[in-house]
Write a protein that binds this ligand. Structure first.
Ligand SMILES: Cc1cc2nc3c(=O)[nH]c(=O)nc-3n(C[C@H](O)[C@H](O)[C@H](O)COP(=O)(O)OP(=O)(O)OC[C@H]3O[C@@H](n4cnc5c(N)ncnc54)[C@H](O)[C@@H]3O)c2cc1C
Length: 443
């Protein structure tokens, strides 16, 4: 048996199914996929992250007597060429978004592709309701998985010790050769994935208390590791459960939101581009307001600080994601798809299922989404979660000397800051009317 082990979003050795399922002679590979890369900016932060993660994986595989051969091409070309070397099959982990499904179908016609579920805790095909239809609401979905969420440990995969490397002549492309610039990443990404997990283990007991306070480092920062599989969700689950802490349940529940959104996208693939609940909103097409939102120039301090920080770092705290998405889809009444695409372009931990699910949640068009009349008031949100304006002032220098209280009052900044592009009360009422009409039209 001669197999290709195709690493994709499972860039790790520990708990990797393809290293367990492989037998005999193997050729581990990673492809910098031209189809994906050509759409990205040349200074995309994620490419620097992946590039380093791929080299780290290569080193780990070398310690096992294996290697990682790195290609820069389309998957189709790579497999057409490798087919000539007489491989029997390709082993890889499964992915569920539309591009991945299409790509895998194409490769399967060149060489048989065996896909293993390795990026998520559950197989979205399973776990249906009694009537054989998928869950649409998070809480019953989560409850139905209590056998899993309440367990102490989920079995991890072990590397098959009998693997033999199929030697191949190749040269690793440099980051420049694949057309990208090395860029500075946020400091926490200079640690190893295991260090990030270990750091979070010390904070997990405070997670519930701190998780919404965006000027504190109260969350795990493991989103990017989950996205690219530098840590498996089972490893995170097991290591947190091992601590036997009282407060880890809240964190474990969040991991299942990721499962939920993957499950929803799998069962409702059209939600990638259409309103999941089928309502038709008359969105505003206002490119100028959209640009101001993107650039952090709306005149609403919390929105501007969140977006400017995002543009610089590729990071945004969950509470801020909720506030800026609500502002775009409700106060500005701009299509969630525009915001979703902007996040997709820049978010370090961008994951199609969670991003689409969360944007549709914010827009009240998705599965188990926020009721359309519950619209965040950005001023009340910043007053509640950043009372002293610590985060806002750290990003917007012109507000440094301003009394923090004024920052949380609409209209109080006058000539101290740019004028807001919307009136919160008026735009809220307008959005509620638009959503009410759309709902009534559907009935
Ligand atoms: C508009 C919007 C867009 C989003 N886009 C993405 C995205 O592209 N990729 C992404 O991974 N998450 C997304 N989220 C969810 C959430 O904001 C991030 O998962 C979280 O901020 C990542 O930081 P963390 O790892 O420190 O999270 P923690 O709070 O430490 O949570 C641990 C892990 O649980 C999962 N998780 C936590 N909250 C959620 C949630 N609400 N939905 C789904 N999974 C969750 C993530 O995998 C996260 O890494 C989005 C949320 C909103 C409101």
């Amino acid at each position: 048996m001669k197999q290709i082990l195709w690493f994709r979003r499972d860039l790790r050795v520990r708990d990797n199914k393809i290293l367990e399922k492989a037998s005999n002679e193997v050729m581990p590979i990673f492809i910098f996929d031209k189809n994906i890369l050509e759409k990205l900016d040349r200074d995309d932060k994620r490419v620097t992250f992946i590039y380093d993660a791929v080299l780290a994986l290569k080193k780990s595989l070398e310690t096992l007597g294996l290697d990682l051969y790195i290609f820069y091409d389309t998957p189709k070309n790579v497999f057409m060429n490798l087919k000539k070397d007489g491989f029997d099959e390709v082993l890889c982990s499964g992915d569920f978004d539309s591009y991945s499904q299409k790509r895998d179908k194409e490769i399967n016609e060149i060489l048989p592709l065996k896909r293993y579920l390795d990026s998520f805790l559950i197989n979205p095909k399973r776990n249906l309701k009694k009537d054989e239809t998928p869950y649409k609401v998070f809480t019953p979905f989560y409850k139905s998985l209590s056998w899993l969420s309440s367990s102490d440990k989920i079995g991890e995969s072990n590397v098959n010790p009998d693997l033999k490397l199929y030697k191949y002549k190749s040269k690793n492309p440099t980051l420049e050769e694949i057309g990208f610039k090395r860029v500075e990443l946020p400091g926490f990404l200079n640690q190893t994935p295991q260090n990030r997990l270990d750091n979070f283990k010390e904070k997990v007991e405070e997670y519930e208390k701190n998780r919404d306070i965006f000027y504190k480092d109260g969350t795990s920062n493991l989103g990017i590791d989950l996205r690219f599989g530098t840590i498996s969700p089972r490893m995170i689950f097991n290591e947190i459960k091992k601590l036997d802490g009282k407060n880890s349940e809240v964190f474990i529940r969040q991991l299942f939101w990721r499962e939920f959104y993957n499950y929803i996208l799998f069962h409702f693939p059209k939600s990638e581009s259409e309103n999941w609940n089928g309502i038709e909103i008359t969105w505003r097409e206002n490119e100028e307001d959209f640009q101001k939102w993107c650039e952090g120039k709306t005149g609403v301090p919390i929105i501007d600080a969140a977006m400017r920080h995002f543009n610089k770092t590729g990071m945004m705290h969950n509470r801020l994601r909720m506030i800026v998405s609500s502002f775009l889809c409700k106060n500005l009444l701009i299509h969630w798809k525009k915001g979703e695409q902007y996040f997709a372009k820049k978010l370090l931990d961008y994951d199609a299922c969670s991003n689409i699910g969360s944007w549709q949640w914010a827009a009240s068009t998705g599965a188990d989404s926020v009721p359309y009349f519950r619209i965040f008031n950005p001023y009340l949100q910043s007053g509640k979660f950043d009372k002293e304006a610590i985060f806002i002032k750290s990003i917007i220098p012109e507000l440094k000397e301003v009394d923090s209280k004024l920052i949380h009052i609409e209209g109080a900044l006058k000539d101290k800051y740019i004028s807001p592009i919307v009136d919160i009360k008026y735009s809220r009422e307008k959005a509620i009317r638009a959503f009410k009409e759309a709902k009534n039209a559907k009935v």
